[in-house]
Ligand binder design. Sequence first.
Ligand code: PAF
Length: 281
Amino acid sequence: MNIYTNSDSLSLALSTYRDNKKIGFVPTMGALHKGHLSLVQRALQENDWVVVSIFVNPTQFDNAGDLEKYPRTLKEDIGLLSSLKGTILVFTPEISDIYPKKVVSKQFDYGGIEFEMEGKHRKGHFDGVGTIVSFLFKIVQPNFAYFGEKDFQQLQIIKKLVQLEKFQVEIVGCPIIREKNGLAMSSRNKRLSKEQFEKAAMISKTLEEVRKKFKTHTISQLNELVKERFLSNDSIELEYFEIVNEKNLKTAKRKHKKNTYRGFIAAFAGPVRLIDNMPLN
Ligand code: PAF
């Protein structure tokens, strides 16, 4: 496993690796967990080489405290990646490599999906994601790039970005990997106390309850149900719950047979913000 700390050295290495081979790419912000490893393993199965980037991208954070506290565990990350079988190129750039002049995002018009859910609550988040992912796609030029469905809205944003920027890459969405208690795996889980970790299981349990009741309940009944579940729990605070049409991520007010719906939750366990989602029909 080789580690590249700047884009010139990675580009040079990739020019020798490319030669009719398939390159898979898994962009991450580090603090790797089994969810990330499942993406890397899939990429290794489907490609000749896999690039894993580890970079905590400042422009996608709308909160300085969250950026500062984001877990950084490079040594452990490298250890986890080197335990996998296959050729992995790890890219760990410096901020000045990605943002040589100013640490600012480009702006993207994703056709409206950027204003739903995470976009409402984290201003500029998806411009930051688009900026870094474009940069990385230009250097890596992967055949396939792998993203987890935990960030389902991000996955749709990336698909749109690929169309906008005409990147020759296939985006592969991969299932959410969960802890034993149902909590969606996330780098942010590392910041939870043992108690918060246990209590946060109510997020996926609530989504599961919504999924089971989706056929028999109206959307407004389900919205009420979720509010109640969070009100009767004093450790996890709901930021938003939405049932949306999977196609355009617009909030659903009532159900139509032809549409597919997904439930989304963002909630706080103390200062730690967690997100999760589940298909409902
Ligand atoms: O999902 C993430 O970890 C990040 O948003 C990504 C795609 C690596 C961009 O910084």
